[in-house]
Design a protein around this ligand. Structure first.
Ligand code: SF4
Length: 497
């Protein structure tokens, strides 16, 4: 067999599953211009550079590691044909397809193929592309959590596809989830070098970041990622199901895996995480509702986000069905958690500032919900999420922020906007105990910005949302609020919550 051609691996294609053979020659490129184009979170820039440099060190002579200003400049220094797995952003995909001598292979790092998704979407016809329907197909295809002989021919394990109803539990009564500290990697010389390089680039004014620097919390190597996976399955997966939607001010991680960054760097194959969770359930180590909830995040939600990014095309991120045009305020853009009094928002923003991460419910129901209520521009918010989160990439934020969180696609993927008042946050967290506002109050000095903001959101979008059956009761209630004009006027002027 002929030697495989050199495989160009982007910085989010770092696992062994991006190669065809263990000894395949590899090209890795560190392009400085990427960090200049957007103002990323400092810890995200660190993680990506650290992971890339660790991979180069691990591969040794097998890899040609080129540091250059741009990809074009780096490629000019490389001889011979290359292959590359389909990149994860549209811009990179367009770029590699125009290059001579580069063969673009199908993407890797996902469980289902683009053809599989498009076949499913075609079958849906005019019906909405419901994630739940896609998820069931992915369960059948992979045999994950299926009864019978494991080929997907039997029914779902336990007789039900989705155990979400059992899983939406508020935090434990004493606001504590007694779990061991999550796995944290140990920094090494490569991290020290990355930190010194980023500090120097900042001093020279070449690069600028948001957020604070801090010890690396996320895996940068395959070995670290596998350790983090084992740690999650052993210590946190069992309670993931019941508490996946809950939030605690002093415990931002709770039962979450914190594996999304490793998976999005390509260090873990999502299917190995699915199998690890399934195996723990089959051995009786975790309840089905936790294994199912976690597996749905991977072969349901994650796959669906990936495919819809390509399916809806480049114009999707420009959608703005609710005509939301407000700019992101400075305190939000700069992650200035101390500038706001709303305890939920301040706590979550602090977590983003200090670690570039918070779990999916604070993202959706605290950060995204606030932007939706205030009418912030969806594309600007999508860009903010992309830059400020260690696991943020174009593909993951497009449908997630534009469609799911901001309803800017007018309901292509959700049946109603994810807008909620303070009662939801109060039920699902301990944030409201220590807040200057009252979650039930919509007017007066202690009016909760989420509760009042919810009514402002409905009032502003009443006409656009008329006809949405899921919002019909709330829209009817809207007209029963005596002081609605006052609430709207006050919320419109609210600067810092
Ligand atoms: Fe957030 Fe309102 Fe609760 Fe304060 S009262 S923590 S602003 S939801």
């Amino acid at each position: 067999m002929a030697d495989p051609q050199r495989r160009w691996c982007f910085a989010d294609q770092l696992g062994p599953h991006f190669l065809d053979a263990k000894d395949q020659p590899v090209l890795l490129i560190e392009a400085r211009a990427v960090l200049r184009r957007r103002r990323f979170h400092r810890q995200k820039a660190h993680l990506v550079l650290s992971a890339l440099r660790h991979r180069a060190a691990e591969l040794g002579d097998q890899a040609l590691f080129v540091k250059a200003d741009t990809y074009g400049e780096a490629l000019a220094r490389v001889k011979g044909p290359l292959t590359v797995c389909g990149p994860t952003s549209r811009a990179a995909d367009d770029f590699v397809r125009k290059l001579d001598g580069v063969t673009v292979l199908p993407s890797r790092g996902f469980v289902t193929s683009r053809d599989h998704f498009e076949g499913w979407a075609a079958e849906r016809g005019d019906r909405p592309l419901l994630m739940e329907s896609f998820y069931r197909g992915a369960r059948r295809l992979t045999g994950a959590l299926m009864e019978g002989d494991g080929d997907g021919g039997g029914g779902p394990a336990g007789g039900r596809w989705n155990l979400d109803k059992e899983n939406r539990e508020p935090p434990p009564a004493d606001d504590e989830l007694p779990l061991p500290t999550p796995y944290r990697p140990r920094e090494d010389d490569i991290d020290e070098e990355v930190r010194a390089d980023l500090d120097a680039a900042e001093r020279r004014g070449e690069l600028s970041f948001v957020g604070r620097d801090g010890p690396r919390r996320f895996p940068a190597t395959r070995a670290e990622a596998l350790r983090a996976l084992r740690d999650f399955v052993r210590h946190r997966l069992a309670t993931f199901g019941p508490y996946e939607d809950a939030m605690l001010a002093d415990d931002p991680v709770m039962s979450h895996s914190m594996l999304s960054a490793a998976m999005n760097l390509g260090l873990l194959d999502p299917m190995e995480c699915v199998r690890a969770a399934e195996s723990a359930w089959r051995k009786g180590e975790v309840p089905l509702r936790s294994a199912e909830g976690y597996i749905r995040q991977l072969i349901g939600w994650r796959e669906y986000m990936w495919h819809t990014y390509w399916h809806f095309g480049p114009s999707y991120t420009r959608r703005n069905a609710l005509k939301a045009r407000r700019r992101l305020p400075e305190w939000f853009a700069e992650l200035d958690a101390d500038a706001v009094q709303a305890n939920c928002l301040s706590t979550v923003l602090r977590s983003v500032r200090d670690r570039g991460w918070t779990h999916h419910i604070p993202r959706l129901m605290v950060l995204g919900n606030y932007g939706l209520q205030r009418g912030w521009h969806p594309a600007a918010l999508g860009d903010w999420f992309h830059r400020c989160f260690v696991d943020g990439y174009d593909w993951v934020m497009a449908t997630n922020v534009i469609g799911m969180s901001q309803y800017a696609d007018g309901g292509l993927i959700t049946t109603k906007p994810y807008a909620a008042g303070g009662s939801y946050i109060n039920r699902m967290s301990d944030f409201c105990h220590d807040c200057v506002y009252r979650p039930t109050s919509r007017s007066g000095d202690d009016a909760c910005p989420y509760t009042a903001g919810y009514w402002w959101f409905l009032a502003r979008n009443e006409q656009r949302l008329t006809g949405n059956w899921r919002l019909a009761p709330q829209l009817r209630n809207l007209r029963r609020i005596d002081d609605l004009d006052e609430i709207v006027a006050r919320e419109r002027e609210r600067d810092r919550p």
